[in-house]
Design a protein around this ligand. Structure first.
Ligand SMILES: *[C@@H]1O[C@H](CO)[C@@H](O)[C@H](O)[C@H]1NC(C)=O
Ligand SMILES: *[C@@H]1O[C@H](CO)[C@@H](O)[C@H](O)[C@H]1NC(C)=O
Length: 196
């Protein structure tokens, strides 16, 4: 009896070994690869460039066609000195000059949220979506802090797409015009970005 069991188990061991062998040859014969080294010139990346972009950002919160709308707040937002907890979704026009009818070069699409309880400090998480010339369809992604009462605010450019693949850099924002009655603002942006 014990002998039979032993024989059986060794037969199983052989069978399992054989099936593992076949399985692993099957898997090895497929050529799925998770990663590989790549030459940057062969990937079309020649020389890294530095570009400066200059435009005006129009944040319109008033009137019948606002470009920025409050989407959330906390129960304590109304009693907070800074409006802590307010979350605003924007699709703000970016123009070449400060006037609202100036040529459109893109949109700022994303979220700003009041993230500070001691001063007016926004968390900015947005994409600049360009429509101008060769930049049409390319984007830059911003993730940063915006203390809107400071003269110049610096925010990191954390990436991009299209012409701005592999982008990194920073944006300087300064308020050009703020209407205290309506809350509408025009902000000047200087963006410095490395890309290929
Ligand atoms: C905060 O105040 C506004 C305006 O008075 C009101 O519409 C809103 O419901 C209030 N929000 C909360 C969470 O109390
Ligand atoms: C940008 O690209 C879109 C989609 O390809 C096109 O419809 C639009 O006319 C282009 N805009 C400009 C300003 O070139």
């Amino acid at each position: 009896m014990a002998k039979t069991l032993q024989n059986l188990s060794s037969t199983y061991t052989i069978l399992i070994t054989i099936s593992f062998f076949f399985l692993s040859t099957l898997v090895a014969s497929e050529t799925h690869r998770f990663s590989r080294p790549l030459s940057s010139s062969k990937h079309g990346l020649k020389k890294e460039k530095l570009s400066h972009l200059h435009f005006y950002f129009h944040d319109i919160v008033s009137g019948r066609t606002p470009t920025a709308v409050k989407v959330a707040e906390a129960p304590i937002t109304n009693t907070s000195m800074t409006g802590f907890g307010t979350v605003v979704m924007m699709d703000d026009p970016l123009t070449i000059g400060p006037e609202s009818n100036s040529k459109l070069v893109g949109k700022a699409q994303g979220i700003y949220a009041v993230a500070s309880q001691s001063e007016v400090g926004f968390l900015m998480a947005l994409n600049f979506v360009f429509v101008e010339g060769k930049y049409n369809g390319s984007t830059l992604s911003v993730l940063g802090r915006n203390a809107v009462l400071s003269a110049v605010r610096e925010m990191p450019i954390v990436g991009g797409s299209g012409l701005f693949r592999f982008a990194r850099g920073y944006a300087h924002a300064s308020t050009h015009q703020f209407d205290i009655k309506t809350g509408d603002a025009v902000v000047e942006y200087n963006v410095y970005v490395f890309h290929y």
